[in-house]
Ligand binder design. Structure first.
Ligand code: GUN
Length: 310
């Protein structure tokens, strides 16, 4: 059996296309386009790539973007001071603090300080999380919201199904579990201390892997015919690991030889393809949806906010 590919780029393009007339209408009505501020602290290479892609997508759509950068060693106090003008700039609709922040900064101290609940475009603040727990409308974390959108657009049934989320991060695992629960799945969350992880995962009709460990989820973890969503984005540069994971995949091994590294998800790609009934590839599955949902959240917030005086 070979699972159906859940094509994140296709769904992203659909979502972005649907946003265009809404962005035009906001811009006409207010005389100002929707605006998104992105705060990037430190030198995390992956964060720099994510932020660049977010800003590029804003530009393509006609969303104004504001980028604020701060050095790796900045203190909480100094970062708060640096964000003050942004907080006071009411022409900005959404504010996003790129995670992870450097170790000395507690994300809560920045998100609570700088991101008021009406502009919490990432859904990371406590009020937004409270609304998620209560299943009330509000901005939702972009990666799990994108996964829900993908399942909906591919008409994958959720109600009554057994869903297993591997990973308990604030950004993906926990909000994902709640969203699946609100869609009436029976949900388990697994993590590094879970006993018999393979057995738990094998009970899943819908398996979400969000642990950040290359190909941790193997054939023995996947129930035949399950829908498997791979949130992982791990770069491997060890040749023996690349050969072990991408056995018999000349395209991937060729790409490894050319670039000296290759991206792999949290799920073994051969098992993913051969055992699931549908799956998200890495790259090209979940990744594109995160940005699409960020744009959708920005537009949604801009539609609800009062017209700004210029
Ligand atoms: N880091 C990894 N994913 C995300 C995300 O969706 N939002 C933010 N702000 N940071 C992230």
């Amino acid at each position: 059996m070979s699972g159906v590919v859940l094509d994140g780029k296709k769904i992203r393009d659909e979502i972005l296309e649907e946003l265009k007339p809404r962005i035009a209408a906001i811009t006409r009505k207010r005389g100002l386009p929707p605006a998104l501020a992105v705060v990037l602290v430190g030198e995390n290479p992956a964060s720099h790539i994510y932020v660049r892609n977010k800003i590029k997508t804003c530009q393509e759509l006609g969303i104004r973007s504001v980028e604020i950068t701060a050095p790796q060693n900045i203190s909480t106090r100094d970062l708060q001071d640096q964000l003050q003008p942004l907080i006071e700039d009411s022409s900005v609709d959404g504010i996003l603090i790129q995670m992870p922040l450097p170790k000395q900064i507690d994300p809560e101290d920045i998100v609570t300080y700088a991101v008021d609940p009406l502009r919490d475009v990432d859904g990371f603040g406590a009020p937004s999380l409270g609304r998620l727990v209560q299943n009330k409308p509000g901005p939702r974390a972009c990666t799990p919201a994108g996964i829900m959108e993908m399942l909906k657009r591919y008409e994958i049934p959720i109600a009554g199904k057994k869903a297993v989320v591997v990973g308990r991060s604030d950004i993906v695992g926990k909000p994902m579990a709640l969203m699946l629960l609100h869609a009436n799945a029976t949900v388990s969350i697994c993590h590094s201390r879970t006993q018999n992880l393979a057995g738990e995962c094998r009970s899943a009709d819908i398996l979400i892997a969000a642990i950040g460990q290359p190909a941790l989820i193997q054939a023995e973890h996947i129930k035949p015919g399950a829908v498997v969503i791979d949130v992982g984005m791990n770069r491997i540069s060890e040749e023996s690991e690349a050969h072990r994971i991408f056995r018999g995949d000349p395209a991937k091994l060729g790409s490894f030889r050319k670039n000296g590294s290759v991206l792999v998800g949290d799920v073994d790609p051969v098992a993913l393809r051969e055992i699931s009934s549908a799956y998200t590839p890495v790259p090209g599955g979940v990744g594109p949806l995160t940005i699409a949902m960020l744009m959708a959240n920005t537009v949604e917030i801009a539609e609800k906010r009062p017209v700004q005086a210029s």
